[in-house]
Write a protein that binds this ligand. Structure first.
Ligand code: 4NP
Length: 158
């Protein structure tokens, strides 16, 4: 089993979007028994909450149901479980690097390193933004999710 954890700040906008979209790709390829998907936030404000209503609505327009997801906070224990810990931005990544046990042998990095849009290395935080910002999250995540799936199929699942 390859286990993937997406991490943002609140776990109500960007990482649930990545969670739902990547989960859908994995299901379409019938890889549910081989790839486990989860998401978490570095912050604790929204623990137990469903994703932001704007995130749910924008994702639903593209056929993804994020409404069943619930926010949780990332912890050092997650490094014992997940092979890939993928941050949405550099601030999330710095917080994760501080938390990472020295013995971790998995992949901790930026999610968009698996994307093909070289001008974006971070998924911009849409929380204080408008509709376009939520659409950009979906565009960047759909692209990088496909890249990540290709990478895992060519490496971890070989
Ligand atoms: P996310 O967006 O990190 O993509 O879930 C945010 C959600 C909430 C807050 C910040 C970012 N907040 O400050 O409450």
């Amino acid at each position: 089993m390859t286990k993937v954890l997406f991490v943002c700040l609140g776990n109500i906008c960007r990482s649930p979007t990545a969670d739902g979209i990547f989960r859908e790709l994995v299901a379409r390829e019938k890889l549910d028994q081989k790839i486990l998907v989860d998401s978490a936030g570095t912050g604790d404000w929204h623990i137990g909450k469903a994703p932001d209503s704007r995130t749910i609505a924008a994702a639903r327009q593209r056929g993804y149901d994020l409404s069943v997801l619930r926010a949780r906070q990332v912890s050092a224990r997650d490094f014992a479980e997940f092979d890939y810990v993928l941050a949405m931005d550099k601030s999330n990544l710095m917080n994760l690097q501080r938390m990472k046990p020295s013995t971790y042998t998995g992949h901790l990095g930026l999610f968009l390193e698996f994307g093909s849009r070289g001008n974006y290395l971070e998924v911009p935080d849409p929380y204080h933004g408008d509709r376009d910002d939520f659409e950009l999250v979906l565009d960047l995540v759909e692209d990088a999710a496909q890249g990540l799936l290709n990478h895992i199929c060519n490496n971890a699942l070989r």
